[in-house]
Design a protein around this ligand. Structure first.
Ligand code: CP
Length: 319
């Protein structure tokens, strides 16, 4: 069953999605409209479509993942694609095969779209120069995680109606966060005010050049934000001690029930996950009525379906 898409002013033309930098407001809304259509159809008991029948989607994960890998895999299956799931562990990488030879090998099996997660920033961009298939970035180093940014912003827009004039705070380890970068690009494009908040050691120098404000006090900004996106401290990417202790970090930057009392009554609490309960968020907040965490996960499926379908349309349009 084909999805009858709402007409957009321009057809989708991007063959790859490596980041949200430079993605226009119109393109973002095209993705959101398509995701909303898939969500509505699933709600009406029609979760599957045949749009990607005969298309091969390869998921290449060189880093661990729960949400992104699973939802890309399910999204491709919902669109009737053939899915190849590759994990670095257990692969021939251990025998010395290189990243590019691995990707070329999977492409040679007929992959039309390659979903790639890698610890090196720029790895998906590199593949776009060497492969004929479409490349979707599922998170590269500290660079971008575009589908996470899309699903975060879609979740806020779905709840609020618009990002225009909304104040969104990204809290935590901005320095190592690819999610922060993708959120910043999309939020700014859609007219939101963005505050990045965290210890000075975890805020990138010159981040204000991206059009964001900086705060080092969560308590100082709580009363003025519509949404808080609580980023995990990326211990696996840190080379050194960025704050004295986890307890001190949680004390200053963790969202808890007491802080919630100082926030706006309708504040939305997001977290890309995986969450560290008791560090950036306490269980009462993570599981409470303001939490959008599981809505984000659910929306991630529809956002990834939309990205896969649109990229395939661009491929068909360019033949
Ligand atoms: N948010 C996110 O990328 O989660 P995973 O690492 O589980 O995919």
């Amino acid at each position: 069953m084909e999805v009858a898409s709402a007409p957009s002013t321009k057809p989708w033309t991007r063959k790859h999605l490596v980041g949200l930098r430079g993605v226009s407001a119109e393109e973002l809304q095209t993705i959101f409209r398509r995701a909303a259509e898939y969500k509505e159809r699933a709600r009406n008991g029609e979760p599957k479509s045949s749009e990607l029948a005969g298309v091969v989607v390869a998921n290449l994960f060189f880093e661990n993942s729960t949400r992104t890998r699973t939802s890309f895999s399910l999204a491709a299956r919902r669109l009737s694609a053939d899915v190849v799931d590759f994990s670095a562990s257990g692969s021939s990488l251990s025998k010395g095969e290189t990243f590019i030879d691995t990707a070329l090998t999977i492409q040679a099996m007929g992959a039309d779209q390659m979903v790639v997660r890698h610890s090196s920033s720029g790895a998906p961009q590199f593949l776009t120069r060497h492969l004929n298939c479409s490349v979707l970035n599922a998170g590269d180093g500290t660079h971008e995680h575009p589908t996470q940014g899309l699903l975060d912003v879609f979740t806020i827009q779905e709840r609020r109606g618009s990002l225009q004039g909304a104040t969104v705070a990204l809290v935590g380890d901005i320095l190592h966060s690819r999610v922060a970068r993708s959120n910043i690009w999309a939020l700014k494009t859609l007219g939101a005010r963005v505050i990045v908040c965290g210890p000075a050691t975890l805020i990138p120098p010159h981040v204000t050049e991206l059009g964001v404000e900086v705060s080092h006090s969560l308590d100082a900004i709580l009363g003025e934000v519509d949404c808080l996106n609580l980023l995990r401290v990326q211990f696996e990417r840190q080379r050194g001690a960025f704050f004295p202790s986890i307890a001190e970090y949680a004390h200053l930057y963790g969202m808890n029930g007491s802080r919630l009392l100082s926030a706006r009554r309708d504040v939305l609490i997001l977290a890309p996950g995986p969450i560290n309960r008791g560090v950036e968020i306490t269980p009462d907040v993570a599981d409470g009525s303001h939490s959008m965490i599981l809505d984000q996960v659910s929306n991630g499926l529809y956002i990834r379906m939309a990205c896969l379908a649109l990229l395939q349309e661009a491929r068909r349009g360019s033949v």
